[in-house]
Design a binder for this molecule. Structure first.
Ligand SMILES: *[C@@H]1O[C@H](CO)[C@@H](O)[C@H](O)[C@H]1NC(C)=O
Ligand SMILES: *[C@@H]1O[C@H](CO)[C@@H](O)[C@H](O)[C@H]1NC(C)=O
Ligand SMILES: *[C@@H]1O[C@H](CO)[C@@H](O)[C@H](O)[C@H]1NC(C)=O
Ligand SMILES: *[C@@H]1O[C@H](CO)[C@@H](O)[C@H](O)[C@H]1NC(C)=O
Ligand SMILES: *[C@@H]1O[C@H](CO)[C@@H](O)[C@H](O)[C@H]1NC(C)=O
Length: 474
């Protein structure tokens, strides 16, 4: 109970500091003359609003004051665009984002049976569509003392406001219950097995959640880094290994510079990144051979113009060692990479009856600017249903999520991959990011506090896994 208000005060102070703008990025430079004079006032008002909200938030319901600053001239509000995107991302919009009306619900009402039974009962349930239910009795599967939590994600230790109360929401699918991952059942089920997370830092976020969950019940474990993994843990009494392979694009890529005359040089390219669409990144090339279960992701780096600038450092796609001509857009490149990488895994795991998941895109929740333009995420409660589309309608700072999902959903068709669709549940959790508590120059509205939302991703992973009758540990 140590002074929530102190924590809030220091966040508000840091927040006020942030309000003094960094050198305006080119995109907003032309507005800076009018903006800079109002920055200080705005910052001051926001700091006040933040303090007030922190102080009252335990008594009062929802806090959406921060939204007020976000949307002056916001392109997100153009109805025509919304309509278009809605159509494009139909599959996702169709997932019913439940409303947040129910404010309390007792755990007893959802008595979780043994995970195995629930798995059978819940067969064919769509865990991805549902709503967040406020449930003060909800206990996270581990606590902030888990040593694997990356410093910037440990919101409780970093005294993020509401780091504890943000854990009092439980994901309630529409058609069934999502069983809480039973760590002992998990360890037993995966005895002598190996599970590999392959992807960007958001998959690491999920990996850490699983490791902490298992460590909360398993006493014996040792670090294990092998086969290109960035990190890994072996739970010795069960001989279960859980590992994380870091890769941004799944495919291999490297800096490319014009040298001798060549087809790309002839087209005027002199600098960029060579992306080999048919060559898996070294970090995980052995993963299909050594793991029994793989959870792959890619996404954020395909929409990261700060690294892959379309003009000064574009992605240049190569296939079979030769440049693809005419050069393809990142979206087309993503399709090619997904096609090759999923096929690669399919082929390599054919004989091992491995289970493969492709995780959908994790949403970001920047308001008032993108990550390096002062974007923030100071909400105290999940979004209302009606707010979600405005964040993710294809425009604005966070617009990429559903577009990337279209590619991912298309890519798994005709493969043996299962889609782990964590997007709808995550889109609602604008309140669940480290924000300024990450202690960085910019707010972190992309990764998730731990314990937190990715715990539910793992619940969904295990529930889906149990639904796949064919897999046997024998
Ligand atoms: C929301 O809750 C109120 C009060 O509990 C209830 O009267 C209302 O019907 C609910 N609305 C929906 C859409 O469930
Ligand atoms: C695990 O592997 C060891 C050695 O390969 C074997 O002796 C043991 O029976 C296996 N346990 C299970 C549950 O498969
Ligand atoms: C542990 O599991 C791995 C497979 O993940 C297996 O190759 C190895 O033999 C097992 N070791 C023991 C001691 O059971
Ligand atoms: C956190 O969890 C560990 C077990 O994983 C336990 O030993 C410890 O007492 C817990 N700490 C708090 C503050 O609850
Ligand atoms: C289960 O096994 C049957 C027969 O081997 C196969 O046809 C089917 O595709 C499998 N189902 C899944 C979900 O893997």
């Amino acid at each position: 109970m140590l002074a929530t208000t102190d924590c809030c005060r220091s966040m508000a102070a840091a927040h006020a500091t942030l309000m003094h703008p960094p050198p305006p990025p080119a995109a907003i430079a032309k507005h800076s003359a009018t903006r800079s004079s109002s920055w200080k006032i705005l910052g001051f008002l926001l700091a006040i609003a933040f303090l007030v909200s922190c102080f009252f938030s335990s008594q009062l319901g929802y806090f959406h004051g921060m939204a007020a600053q976000a949307n002056a001239g916001d392109p997100l509000d153009q109805a025509g665009q919304q309509k278009r995107i809605r159509k494009v991302s139909g599959e996702h919009v169709a997932a019913q984002y439940g409303d947040r009306n129910s404010t309390s619900s007792s755990k007893a009402a959802h008595g979780y049976a043994a995970a195995f039974d629930v798995g059978r009962i819940a067969k064919r349930c769509d865990y991805s569509s549902g709503k967040w239910v406020y449930d003060p009795s909800w206990e996270p599967p581990y606590n902030e003392s888990c040593a694997d939590i990356f410093k910037g994600w440990n919101c409780i230790k970093n005294r993020k406001c509401h780091a504890r109360s943000h854990l009092q929401w439980r994901w309630q699918p529409t058609e069934c219950d999502l069983p809480k991952l039973d760590a002992l059942a998990f360890l037993t089920r995966f005895r002598n097995k190996s599970i590999g997370f392959v992807g960007d830092s958001l998959n690491r976020n999920m990996y850490v959640s699983l490791v902490c969950t298992l460590k909360s019940v398993a006493r014996g474990f040792k670090k294990l880094r092998q086969f290109g993994a960035d990190r890994g843990v072996n739970f010795v009494h069960y001989n279960l290994t859980v590992a994380y392979h870091r890769t941004n694009l799944l495919a291999q890529y490297a800096r490319w510079k014009a040298k001798t005359p060549g087809p790309l040089e002839d087209l005027g390219y002199d600098d960029g990144y060579r992306v080999d669409v048919d060559v898996p990144d070294n970090k995980w090339i052995q993963a299909p051979r050594v793991h029994d279960v793989l959870i792959l992701n890619t996404g954020h780096w395909w929409a990261a113009p700060d690294k892959f600038d379309p003009v000064s450092s574009p992605m240049l796609f190569f296939e079979d060692g030769k440049p693809i001509l005419p050069p393809k857009s990142p979206e087309e490149g993503l399709d090619l990479v997904l096609k090759h990488m999923l096929h690669f895994v399919d082929a390599k795991m054919q004989s091992t009856a491995g289970i493969k998941f492709l995780r959908t895109q994790s949403p970001r929740h920047f308001e008032g600017g993108d990550w390096k333009d002062g974007g923030q995420c100071h909400r105290m409660e999940p979004l209302f249903v009606g707010e979600v589309d405005r964040f993710f309608n294809g425009q604005g700072f966070n617009g990429e999520v559903r577009n990337i999902n279209k590619h991912l959903i298309q890519a798994v068709k005709g493969t043996s991959f299962h889609l782990l669709d964590i997007t709808p549940m995550s889109e609602l959790r604008a309140d669940a990011h480290p924000s300024i508590s990450a202690g960085k120059l910019h707010e972190d509205c992309m990764h998730w506090c731990l314990p937190g939302v990715t715990d539910f991703w793992n619940d969904m992973f295990f529930a889906l896994f149990l639904d796949l009758d064919n897999y046997s540990t024998a």
